[in-house]
Design a protein around this ligand. Structure first.
Ligand code: FAD
Length: 386
């Protein structure tokens, strides 16, 4: 199973998949061999080899909005989660704090090793480790099993996913786990039910891995403490002005690997790709390296690559005699945290730029997804008419 790791491959995959988009709504929940009923574009979208806007523009050029609406809506779930977290960054720091206080116990280690009591879940673990992917419905089942059947801490499960998923995304992952746990939408938790798995999982896979399904009957939701809802704060995201006379470096990170489309036609002396691969599985590291190779081939100026460290950043600034750095704004999450550490007191200005659509949609994530969608749908449709 291939996951597009270049910008070109992501556009080609979209064209191939969109022929099935009219059936997406009725088919997407089925977990089938090869996952041909879903786009498998999430690693590429997560790392912005292709953006939500490019998907919307591409697919609606060829198909009516009503035909592809469900798919477009799903694509914008990611932007919703990202915007939701950007308005409440303490949810991310609380998650990291909680995670650092958890010691993985024997049962958690067994489940992560694919040696838990429900064989189909063990098979999902095997697939995750071998491919870096798990279907959305399987992610829901697995997280429900982890939290409500095995009574394991959701933060540890989220971290397990984060280390293996090619599309590991601080917002989509953390907030989806919170949702399954019943914390994101208080009163609503998600339990993995035997009957639901039997309805949606490929029958052959179900037959081969039927042991332990009885553990998923008559389950009860774990009663977790609901943390106080943080206040929503709209972050300041003014545009700093770049000085075109200064010698400029372009810093590229994994939150946006098509950064040349954020800063088109700018005079760049050198680009530095910083690669953050710590704690990731081998499969994920391999995919990321290929995606970085592709990004490097599109970067302007002298292109250098380095690990995510302050030392490499300082050397780059000095060796290239840079006077300012520009970068796509990192999202709330790991990249942002590391960049904050790396760039403290660097003695040179870093100018972060947002994509216009991200800024436009950010304030709409004040409450649930459908409120967000209600605000962005007319804007998206307006673009079709304009
Ligand atoms: C517990 C749990 C953890 C998750 N962790 C992640 C994660 O770390 N990274 C991640 O990208 N997604 C995560 N998701 C969301 C979703 O499972 C994946 O985005 C989806 O499986 C991607 O596969 P696809 O591209 O084939 O999906 P498609 O069905 O083809 O969807 C198209 C695109 O829409 C977006 N999308 C679809 N469903 C969702 C969703 N539920 N939430 C947010 N965006 C969505 C993705 O960008 C996806 O590529 C998680 C879901 C759950 C339940």
């Amino acid at each position: 199973m291939e996951f597009a790791h270049t910008r070109e491959a992501a556009f080609l995959r979209l064209e191939e998949f969109e022929k099935k988009a009219s059936r997406y709504s009725s088919q997407r929940n089925h977990v089938m061999p090869g996952h041909t009923n879903v786009s498998r574009l999430s690693p590429a979208i997560r790392h912005r080899l292709i953006t939500e806007k490019e998907i919307f523009e591409g697919i609606t050029k060829r198909y009516a909005f009503s035909t592809v609406q469900k798919y477009v809506q799903e694509v914008y779930w990611r932007r919703y989660w990202k915007s939701w977290l950007a308005l409440r960054p303490s949810v991310w720091t609380d998650y990291l704090r909680d995670l650092s206080e958890i010691d993985p116990c024997g049962q958690a280690l067994d489940v992560m090793a694919g040696e838990g009591p429900v064989d189909v879940m063990n098979d999902f673990v095997r697939e995750l480790k071998e491919t870096g992917y798990m279907h959305n419905h399987a992610r829901m089942w697995f997280a429900g099993y982890w939290i409500h059947t095995m009574k394991l801490p959701w933060q540890l499960g989220a971290d397990f996913f984060y280390r293996h998923l090619l599309d590991a995304d601080p917002a989509s992952n953390t907030l989806s786990w919170r949702w399954v746990a019943g914390i994101q939408t208080p009163g609503k938790s998600y339990l993995a039910r035997r009957s639901n798995i039997e309805k949606y999982l490929d029958p052959e896979r179900l037959d081969t891995h039927a042991d332990g399904l009885e553990f998923l009957e008559n389950g009860k939701a774990a009663q977790l403490e609901i943390p106080a809802r943080p206040k929503t704060v709209l972050p300041e995201r003014g545009e700093s002005t770049m000085n075109n006379e200064k010698r400029t470096g372009l810093l590229v990170h994994e939150d946006d690997l098509s950064v040349e489309t954020v800063f088109p036609n700018l005079p760049i002396a050198s680009s530095l790709l910083v690669e953050l691969n710590c704690c990731a599985s081998e499969v994920k590291r391999e995919w990321m390296t290929k995606a970085f190779d592709d990004a490097a081939s599109r970067m302007p100026g002298l292109v250098l690559r380095a690990s995510f460290s302050r030392k490499s950043l300082v050397e780059w600034v000095e060796n290239q005699k840079l006077e300012q750095i520009i970068a796509a704004r990192p999202e709330v999450g790991v990249v942002n945290d590391r960049l904050e550490e790396m760039t403290k007191d660097l003695g040179i200005e870093i100018i972060y730029r947002d994509r216009v659509e991200d800024l436009e949609f950010l304030p709409f994530a004040k409450s649930g997804f459908f409120g967000f969608w209600k605000k962005i749908e007319p804007l998206l449709k307006g673009r079709l008419e304009g």
